[in-house]
Design a protein around this ligand. Structure first.
Ligand SMILES: C[S@@+](CC[C@H](N)C(=O)[O-])C[C@H]1O[C@@H](n2cnc3c(N)ncnc32)[C@H](O)[C@@H]1O
Length: 222
């Protein structure tokens, strides 16, 4: 099922929610950019050439609490500069998980690999070139991952286009947790999942869209 308005899901409950938020990399008024001059504006521009972004405050206000089952798992992507009471916002990814009714548990890390193997050269970064992105894992109620389904918290996969997340992540989620599954801020339909987003093409166009995305250059922090 594809939805562009969360109100269409009223009354439904999901055991697993993944989110890849359209983080807005804005500078707080009066805060000077450190490191490379102008880099903050550059990063902001790249995300916003691809899609509209949302502030952390707007994300925290989304009614996700109502869509989560009593015992539920949340997997939320975030980038290296976008955490820990960061320069962009007073609200960090953990605050958003809490606002949605979840408690932080641990982090998964995607290591972006190069075509020849090993770690990719990385994208942009204020201090180091970003070759990783992370997933905050949080739970609500008594949600647990059974011991025989627990895997290493690392995903090794190549970058496939601006902000495209590896399918190895979804496969890991499905191996760890049973649905119903909801993907927030999806960009393509996914079998067995309810997907929400404002860039999801109708199923007839989905293959062309996926091809267009994967043909773009990869490797970024966003
Ligand atoms: C980081 S991208 C998601 C990338 C996706 N996970 C992938 O692997 O291709 C964030 C997505 O959220 C969408 N988005 C931004 N604002 C939105 C809104 N208010 N409602 C729904 N989707 C929104 C953007 O258009 C974009 O498609």
């Amino acid at each position: 099922m594809i939805v562009s308005d969360l109100r269409d899901l009223a009354g439904q409950k999901f055991n697993v929610i993944t989110a890849d938020p359209p983080w807005m990399y804005q500078k707080r008024p009066g805060l000077k950019s450190e490191g490379v001059e102008g880099m903050g504006e550059g990063v902001k521009g790249i995300a916003e050439r691809e899609y509209p972004t949302m502030t952390n405050e707007e994300l925290a206000a989304m009614p996700i609490r109502d869509l989560a089952a009593d015992d539920a798992h949340l997997f939320m992507w975030f980038t290296n500069p976008g955490t820990f009471g960061n320069r962009f916002s007073d609200v960090d990814p953990e605050d958003i998980a809490r606002a949605w009714g979840f408690e932080f548990r641990t982090i998964l890390t995607w290591v972006k690999t190069a075509q020849h193997g090993g770690v990719s050269g990385g994208g942009m970064g204020w201090y180091f070139r970003g070759a990783t992105e992370h997933v905050l894992y949080a739970t609500r109620g008594k949600a647990k991952i059974e011991s025989h389904r627990r895997e290493p918290n690392v995903i090794m996969a190549p970058a496939r286009g601006h902000s495209v997340k590896p399918h190895e992540f979804i496969e890991k989620v499905e191996r760890a947790c049973d649905g119903p599954y909801l993907e927030l801020f999806a960009r393509r339909p996914r079998e067995g999942w309810t997907v929400f987003g404002n860039q999801i093409p109708e199923p007839d166009n989905a293959l062309d869209f996926a091809g267009a995305l994967s043909s773009r250059a990869g490797g970024s922090d966003a």
